[in-house]
Design a binder for this molecule. Structure first.
Ligand code: NAD
Ligand code: UDP
Length: 313
């Protein structure tokens, strides 16, 4: 049994990760400041004697004895990370400093939830880990992109300078049950709109692409990454290479929900990446043949069931 700290554990991905780690017989400490996370997502775990919940902001230092740290604390939806951009940068940068400092003191292994956003609006397609990216350092997405890029730099330097055992994963667009209806990201927006027969809000012409990964595939990849040998630090892409336009995504969701919703076209926010698709060769090689198992249709069906239930409560 390992004792594992999950920062951002009351968020969408973190809540799935906490549950999976507990099910595998670990002791889990979930840390969150409830900015975008909610206690409701982990309330069912509170009866488990091996689960602990801490309200704490990662921009402040914390001391605890654990074997592993998964550092997920950071708003991930553009609406939320742009709400208070300075705080977003502090969360990524000071959060990384504090958690790396902790990992160094207690000799814990630490995994950083980085992002495909480090590639910005990529000109290399699909994206491989050796691509340095194409990020606007002063644009509206930079608080997130540059914060996450700085965190990666902190991770590799704590590893080089202090021998901290680090793991960096670059997560591509992930969706699934336990997203908030007002999360603001595209999959939850479209599903909530479709279920309520409201207009589906396509930003731009809808020809921009994303590659959507179901959350259980991500969690499997995270756990496999954490258990790789100390010589493999990443970064490694974790995503589903199935690439879709936003128009195709909307069409799939309309079909699966039988919705009467119409499409409306709204302005494209600035710096919105035009294409995104992970090259997952490295993950396949290093993570014991890991690859996504859940197709978009299958994952959307499960996510639609979740929101249908939630909205009818
Ligand atoms: P989320 O917004 O649901 O979860 C983030 C969690 O972090 C929330 O519970 C929030 O309250 C918490 N948090 C935010 N600031 C904090 C702070 N200062 N101190 C403590 N807790 C704080 O988003 P998610 O989709 O679950 O993303 C989890 C992580 O994975 C994030 O780091 C995100 O950048 C990364 N990621 C996610 C995706 C994706 O598609 N879901 C893609 C790339 C990277
Ligand atoms: N998007 C959209 N309608 C929405 C929300 C998002 O068309 O209601 C688009 C957005 O402009 C982007 C894509 O969907 O091109 C993915 O957006 P999301 O916020 O989910 O993630 P990210 O842009 O960070 O990949």
């Amino acid at each position: 049994m390992k004792r594992i700290l999950v920062t951002g554990g009351a968020g969408f991905v973190g809540s799935h990760l906490c549950e999976r780690l507990l099910n595998e017989g670990n002791e889990v400490v979930c840390m969150d400041n409830y900015f975008t996370g909610k206690k409701q997502k982990i309330v069912h775990l509170l009866d488990n004697p091996y689960f602990e919940l801490i309200r704490h902001d990662v921009t402040m230092p914390y001391f605890i004895e654990v074997d592993q740290i998964y550092n997920l604390a950071c708003p991930a939806s553009p609406v939320h990370y742009q709400y208070n951009p300075i705080k977003t940068i502090k969360t990524s940068v000071m959060g990384a400093v504090n958690m790396l400092g902790l990992a160094k003191r207690i000799r814990a292994k630490i995994l950083q939830a980085s992002t495909s956003e480090v590639y910005g609006d990529p000109v290399i397609h699909p994206q491989t880990e050796d691509y340095w990216g194409h990020v606007n350092p002063i644009g509206i997405r930079s608080c997130y992109d540059e914060g996450k890029r700085c965190a990666e730099s902190l991770f590799v330097n704590y590893h080089a300078q202090n021998n901290v055992r680090i793991k960096i994963i670059r997560i591509f667009n992930t969706y699934g049950p336990k997203m908030e209806p007002d999360d603001g990201r595209v999959v939850s927006n479209f599903i909530v709109q479709a279920l309520q027969n409201q207009d589906i809000t396509i930003f731009g012409d809808g020809n921009q692409t994303r590659s959507f990964q179901y959350v259980s595939d991500l969690v499997e990849g995270m756990i496999r990454m954490m258990s790789t040998g100390d010589d493999f630090t990443g970064p490694v892409n974790i995503g589903n290479p199935g690439e879709f336009t936003m128009l195709e995504l909307a069409q799939n969701i309309i079909e699966l929900t039988g919705s009467k919703s119409k499409l409306v076209f709204l302005p494209l926010p600035s710096d919105d990446p035009t294409q995104r698709q992970p090259d997952i060769s490295l993950a396949r090689e290093k993570l014991d043949g890991w690859e996504p198992k859940v197709s978009l249709r299958e994952g959307l069906t499960k996510t639609i069931e979740y929101f249908d239930q939630l909205l009818s409560e």
